[in-house]
Design a binder for this molecule. Sequence first.
Ligand code: CP
Length: 324
Amino acid sequence: MTNFLSLSDVVNLDALIQSGIDAKANPFADQHLGKNKTIGLIFFNSSLRTRISTQKAAQNLGLNVITMNVGQDSWGLEMEDGVIMNSDKAEHVREAAAVIGRYCNIIGIRAFAELKDRAKDYQEQVMHQFAKYAGVPIVNLESATRHPLQSLADCITIEEVKRQTPTLPAKPKVVLTWLPHFKPLPQAVANSFCEWMNARAKSGDIEFVVTHPEGYELAPEFVGNARVIYNQDEAFEGADFIYGKNWSSYTHYGQVLTQDPSWAVTMNDIHLTNNGKFMHCLPVRRNLKVADEVLDSPHSLVIEQAANREWSAQAVLKEILKSN
Ligand code: CP
């Protein structure tokens, strides 16, 4: 693996999931791989899980870790080529990426969608500019359109529950549901979850359904062959896993079209499922998107899911260290 920007960088998904599960069982088995090497974690946006779990995973592999918040710890970075740099951004990504690439053997980048210009966000300019100029492998710590380390942790979590629950059907039903929120949020987590679950569905591991109000259709390249059901109750019937997430509209780009509270997940929704588990990438706004009674119940997997972020990061960094 050279870069880890999306699912397309993964050669063998089953093996990567198993590598994460193995890392969880034996975190320090590959400490030699990162010895005398350094990873730089560059954040354009806030983070709790991604920052700490990736740092921990890197340390488990023997890597030194440097973390930087762009614009607070460093100069603001200009991404556009050929512009007169007379804005508040004092440094161009061409120099910044090249310089960080001299200090670090791997660079992780978090850069969210701005939600103003769909074409620009979906071009993934920040990831591609770093990949072009850094000269070292780039890891996506959540970009404008994807959050692949989260999706890998989600795959690990579902696989673990499958192995621990013999009563689950051979192809558990996984439902991605839109949740209400007053703020426009990016589509990255939902896009990525679709991308990775479609791959799992294609290999016969799960059945995948997406549910959301009209107007919240995700980009066709991410929805793929997933079944889209606009009635949430119908989608939840017999579900083994409910994955909740809010996203702003893709078609009316970046807009909040509804905040309908009936889309929040409560215990009444869980009762429609096959004793289903609830998943969310976190952070989650309690009682706006999902009720306390769900998050505080044995149905919730959110803490285990977040814990698995360490093992998804470790599986990816191990793969990159092995091939570079
Ligand atoms: N799920 C996730 O990426 O969490 P953070 O935004 O806190 O990193």
